[in-house]
Design a protein around this ligand. Structure first.
Ligand SMILES: CCCCCC/C=C/C(=O)SCCNC(=O)CCNC(=O)[C@H](O)C(C)(C)COP(=O)(O)OP(=O)(O)OC[C@H]1O[C@@H](n2cnc3c(N)ncnc32)[C@H](O)[C@@H]1OP(=O)(O)O
Length: 389
């Protein structure tokens, strides 16, 4: 039976170091848990927050049976009685170990599971943790959810070069961590005002062509991280979204929005062209004509309109938005991690190659656009305070 939850090697070692009972057990020293300790372990088991996975649950079951009833002597359940057969096999595999040994192993195992939940939360706040070293983000993991908070509220969470790099780093970590869901949201009143326009004003000695090439390369990598993200990715759109913060939503698996949010992709107004694979995902999602109003003619959508077009999954009143959305997400995060991951990969897998090709094509076009007079004038106007969206 495949495990739904595996402890990584380094984490197991840390647990062993911090858990004397396990250490003694592994070094062969004889320790016998009392019945009181056994009863306590039974109670502790009920407080476990994370599902330890089927293999561990079977081991717990088997040790409990052995500790309370001794060796397995019941007949093996039939082939099609999968659950009882798995339980029987786990119990039978303990052979003739004594009730006392089984009791000790049960106490050790429960202790390990309980302590594995506490130290990890503590680690999230230590200085060496990469999660705490971001400058433009706040990244946290709680209740099986890794949240990437865009954290430049004074700039309406505009995405600077540093922030593109940090978002990619945070996605890479979230893709590998033990969380079930990954959420992106914004701090302050905006979700995100899109690309930080000052990214285009920092021209180095090698000139604007080099800047455009570097920007194209950065954008290609950035969007690829969303295309390849392996687990459910959810946008919690807490306020207005602009530019790439809108177009990229087509690569999220679920999008929840406050009714205060707006969705604006003003590319022609900025002398640019669509990105984030929106030239493909938007027409596919809402039909070409509706996509054209947004991507060619700068139509700003309300949250309700975005929901009607399929860009947003559900809209919530602003005053209950956070409460309702997080309640939903906490419930989703209790679902089996691997099942969600594989299901997402099936749903998205067939499209991946296509999406990478679209991303590459959009970035080539943008590199040309960024060097155009249309685009340079639009950026200058913004910084001379002549034009806001
Ligand atoms: C590496 C290259 C990759 C390229 C990827 C391609 C992506 C394309 C896009 O995303 S296109 C969209 C770009 N975004 C915009 O054009 C938005 C520009 N901003 C605005 O129009 C307005 O700021 C606003 C409507 C978002 C909000 O207006 P308001 O409520 O009046 O707030 P302020 O304008 O006072 O904003 C506060 C503060 O934030 C700065 N700021 C906001 N957004 C951006 C931005 N996108 N880029 C840079 N700076 C931004 C704004 O200048 C103010 O700064 P200040 O207080 O004046 O220092």
């Amino acid at each position: 039976m495949a495990s739904l939850f595996k402890l990584g090697r380094s984490r197991t070692i840390r647990l062993i170091q911090s858990f004397p009972a396990v250490k003694l057990h592994l070094t062969g020293a004889v320790m016998r848990a009392t019945e009181v300790e056994f009863d306590k372990a039974k109670e502790h088991l009920k407080t476990l927050k994370n599902d330890p996975g089927n293999d561990t649950k079977l081991r717990i079951y088997a040790l409990f049976k052995q500790a309370t009833q001794g060796s397995c002597s019941s007949p093996k359940p039939g082939m099609l009685d999968f659950v009882n057969k798995a339980k029987w096999e786990a119990w039978n595999s303990l052979g003739n170990i004594s009730k006392e040994d089984a009791r000790q192993k049960y106490v050790d195992l429960v202790g390990t599971l309980i302590s594995s939940e506490a130290p990890i939360q503590k680690e999230a706040t230590t200085a060496g943790d990469p999660k705490s070293s971001y400058q433009t983000l706040q990244v946290t993991t709680e209740n099986n959810i890794t949240t990437i908070l865009l954290n430049r509220p004074e700039k309406k969470n505009a995405i600077s070069r540093k922030m593109y790099e940090e978002i990619m780093q945070a996605l890479e970590q979230a893709g590998k961590d033990d969380s079930v869901l990954t959420v992106m949201t914004g701090s302050g009143d905006y979700y995100c005002s899109g690309n930080d326009l000052s990214n285009f004003t920092q021209v180095g000695a090698e000139g604007v062509e080099k800047l455009a090439r570097d920007s194209g390369e950065l954008l290609t990598r950035y969007v690829s991280h969303f295309i390849d993200f392996p687990k459910p990715l959810i946008a919690v759109v807490n306020g207005p979204a602009v530019g790439i913060a809108v177009t990229g939503l087509g690569l999220f698996d679920v999008v929840y929005a406050t009714d205060r949010a707006t969705f604006h992709a003003p590319f022609s107004q900025l002398g640019q062209s669509p990105e984030g694979c929106s030239s493909y995902t938007f027409p596919k999602m809402m039909g070409t004509a509706k996509a054209n109003e947004i991507l060619l003619f700068n139509k700003k959508l309300t949250a309700a309109q975005a929901c009607d077009l399929g860009l947003v999954t559900e809209v919530f009143p602003d005053n209950t938005f956070q409460q309702e959305v997080w309640k939903k997400l906490r419930a989703y995060a209790k679902l089996p991690k691997d099942s969600l991951r594989y299901s997402k990969q099936l749903i998205r897998g067939m499209e991946k190659e296509k999406l990478h090709a679209v991303n590459a094509q959009e970035c080539v076009r943008l590199q040309e656009r960024w060097l155009s007079e249309e685009c340079m004038n639009a950026i200058m106007s913004f910084f001379q305070n002549k034009s806001k969206l």
